[in-house]
Design a binder for this molecule. Structure first.
Ligand code: SAJ
Length: 439
């Protein structure tokens, strides 16, 4: 028996002790999937509130049912702790920590580095480590390999095993979840890939092996760069169509009738969320260190970042056409979340639209049924969602639809508002109105 065959045996018979570092919207669903597959799982997170909730059998992630957590805790299949020292007992560790951007737009690797520094204290022979956090190609080999293995005299692929497997969690989605979404897996060595696959295939339906950790890191960046660039393209299409006097929404719907070779994206007020605006910049940042300028990413990022400003310029123009100045006008922004029907405001273009309207001298209010309060962390302002939306709609000189929540009664809004600028085509199916303009 070698270290590898011994570890694979424990992974296959589920006697291996599993740890998940980081119990957020990626780590908690993964912990539950491994627990329900029969592994004994220890969740490790510095946030004592998360740990206490889990040990009390409660979920704090909407996608994870409290009943599932309660059953695993009762059955002794899931415990949580803030104490990283438990890692010395672990055979298999998955790292699911955030990889945001710094204010400078560079990757913020601090969460990966602190998880790695803690794990490094407890590394031992016979461990497999999988990084799930979206990051630039080379992270697993350049950062984790030296810190977790070489520094401890452990030979990767023999004494211990290291791989990258990108998370594909889409919060709120019920059709594709952690257990049934195909999982890409790339090891530092062939043996690393084999061991990590033996672990994950014991819980996740489909594992797609690639030859290296870098291929797996790059696959994830391709997935989200693809979206970001295509969104940037349709945003530029919207600007071009406005210049041409053509309805961009009609054009996109027409192109989408092509049953092959086309994928529909829609323009909007900008790019929000903690994935799409951010992940591609990890790639362009890495390429700069290799003296290569990722022009598509740079251009799409520039277009997407400019969309809030474009929306405000369209509102200003439309009000001018109606003999009103934006300065001193009351403007109600509908929607603060970064996409419809969710309560996530991270990187939301609404915050930029509100800030820009304020800079133009407008008196701005907002409403969002999912987000009672917003705080612009960079500009520092706070705002509460208006209590009586229709009252604010009636009083506003302009209503700007920034997030097309399905809860809104757009018919009533159009009937009650002096003027509506619809940046999401939420009202598109209702025909043309004198008091409505669209992106
Ligand atoms: N957006 C547009 N036009 C579009 C699509 C999106 O303007 O055609 C905007 C959205 O309004 C939002 C931003 O882009 O502000 C991102 O939207 P998204 O639909 O990509 O949603 P996210 O950010 O939740 O992306 C996640 C990603 N999941 C993972 O990274 C695991 C992404 O890969 C998924 O494709 C996406 O969910 C999804 O399909 O829901």
């Amino acid at each position: 028996m070698t270290t590898k065959t011994d570890l694979i045996k424990k992974l296959k018979d589920k006697s291996a002790e599993v740890a998940i570092l980081g119990l957020g919207y990626v780590g908690l669903p993964l912990a539950v999937v491994f627990g329900e597959a029969g592994f004994k799982v220890t969740g490790v997170d510095p946030d004592q509130r998360k740990v206490d909730a889990l040990n009390a059998g409660k979920s704090y992630i909407p996608d994870v049912k409290t009943e599932a957590v309660a059953k695993l805790v009762k059955d002794g299949k899931l415990t949580a702790t803030v104490d990283f020292a438990v890692l010395k007992e672990m055979d298999a560790v998955s790292i699911c920590v955030p990889t945001p951007l710094r204010k400078t737009g560079d990757p913020d690797m601090s969460f990966i580095i602190s998880a790695m520094d803690e794990l490094s204290k407890y590394m031992h022979k016979g461990m497999v480590v999988v990084l799930e956090s979206t990051t630039y190609p080379g992270t697993t080999r350049e950062l984790l390999l030296p810190k977790l293995g070489t520094e401890h005299g452990l030979t990767v692929g023999e004494d211990w095993f290291l791989a990258f497997s990108p998370e594909r969690v889409d919060p709120g989605r019920e059709d594709w979840t952690t257990i049934n979404t195909p999982k890409v897996m790339g090891g530092i060595t062939e043996d690393c890939g084999e061991v990590a696959t033996a672990w994950y295939e014991g819980a996740i339906k489909t594992i797609h092996r690639v030859s290296t950790a870098e291929a797996a890191e790059m696959a994830k960046l391709l997935e989200n760069t693809f979206r970001m660039i295509n969104i940037g393209m349709v945003n530029e299409l919207a600007i071009m169509c406005e210049r041409l006097g053509v309805n961009v929404w009609e054009v996109i719907d027409a192109a989408a009738t092509k049953p092959f070779g086309f994928m529909k994206f829609t323009p909007g007020p900008g790019l929000g969320g903690h994935c799409i605006p951010i992940d591609p910049l990890y790639l362009s940042w890495k390429m700069k260190s290799l003296n290569y300028n990722a022009r598509f990413i740079e251009l799409a990022s520039e277009i997407n970042t400019n969309m809030p400003r474009y929306v405000v310029s369209r509102v200003l123009e439309a009000m001018n056409d109606r003999g009103k100045t934006l300065k001193g006008s009351k403007v109600l922004v509908l929607g603060a979340a970064y996409k419809p029907d969710i309560d996530d405001v991270r990187e939301s273009p609404s915050l930029d639209v509100i800030g820009l309207l304020q800079k133009k001298g407008a008196q701005v209010e907002y409403h969002d049924p999912y987000i009672p309060h917003i705080h612009h962390e960079y500009e520092g302002w706070h705002m509460d969602s208006v209590a009586d939306m229709m009252k604010s709609v009636k009083e506003a000189d302009a209503v700007v639809v920034v997030t097309n929540h399905k809860d809104y009664d757009y018919k009533e809004i159009i009937a009650s508002a002096k003027f509506v600028f619809d940046s999401r085509n939420a009202t598109g199916k209702m025909g043309e109105f004198e008091n409505v303009e669209r992106l």
